[in-house]
Design a protein around this ligand. Structure first.
Ligand SMILES: Cc1cc2nc3c(=O)[nH]c(=O)nc-3n(C[C@H](O)[C@H](O)[C@H](O)COP(=O)(O)O)c2cc1C
Length: 213
């Protein structure tokens, strides 16, 4: 990079080797974004997401990796209104907490990015999709928003109701989160299902030790 960003960040995080200059260690910004980058299933409806915010989020796709650099994903931006209602009526949230019927009434998301593919779904496009979705979520958090990846929907149904030419592979809901979410470190063999207690949504995550081979 022209401004030497990577070199400077490396020095901030790991020190500057033999150079005598003292380096202040700052927490890497990804370490701040990742814990906040949760799957939010309830949003503050008084906050209206603007199309320009969705533009900024979708724009990360001009910079991310893509298998053989084919860049076959396309994005439909949806903000509050009848189209958002169509999306809401087609998506399902919180499969592990069916008794809650998430999202709770009055906290439904109203802004979406529907991610479509110009080709049939295949392993390569699915990896592109994962990279795109996670990058967009991180950008949303960077903008002070939050979101959730949704794959639990009827692809053909949403395609037809939205009048899309391309098949939707995933929906990203975006908004101002109205949920408290906490990560819980767990060990291999523990229950990995997310749960809610006293108004907090808990998400078990395996500790590093149990992820390493
Ligand atoms: C590929 C993918 C598809 C997902 N689809 C849904 C979905 O359809 N509905 C839903 O409520 N959550 C969905 N999620 C969110 C997961 O349930 C969530 O990532 C998981 O509970 C862990 O929570 P966290 O994202 O806060 O770490 C999906 C996540 C991924 C990565």
């Amino acid at each position: 990079m022209a401004d030497n960003y990577l070199e400077k960040r490396y020095e901030e995080v790991f020190g500057n080797g033999n150079k005598s200059r003292t380096v202040t260690h700052r927490r890497a910004s990804l370490d701040r974004l990742l814990p906040l980058n949760r799957s939010y299933r309830g949003y503050d409806k008084s906050y209206k997401v603007h199309k320009l915010q969705l533009d900024a989020i979708v724009a990360v796709n001009t910079k991310v990796a893509s298998s053989i650099n084919k860049q076959r994903l396309r994005f439909l931006e949806v903000t509050q209104g009848p189209v958002a209602d169509i999306v809401n009526n087609n998506i399902a949230m919180g499969r592990l907490l069916p008794e809650l019927n998430l999202p709770l009434p009055g906290t439904e998301p109203e802004a979406f990015i529907v991610v479509c593919s110009t080709c049939e779904e295949n392993p390569g496009i699915d990896i592109d999709l994962g990279i795109s979705l996670q990058s967009m979520l991180l950008k949303a958090v960077d903008l002070g928003l939050g979101g959730i990846i949704i794959r639990n929907f009827d692809k053909a149904g949403l395609k037809s109701e939205l009048g899309l030419e391309l098949l939707p592979l995933a929906v990203l809901a975006i908004g101002k989160p109205a949920e408290r979410i906490s990560l819980v470190p767990v060990r291999l063999g523990d229950d990995l299902r997310y749960y809610r207690k006293d108004g907090v949504h808990y998400v078990p995550k395996l500790v590093l030790e149990d992820l390493l081979l």
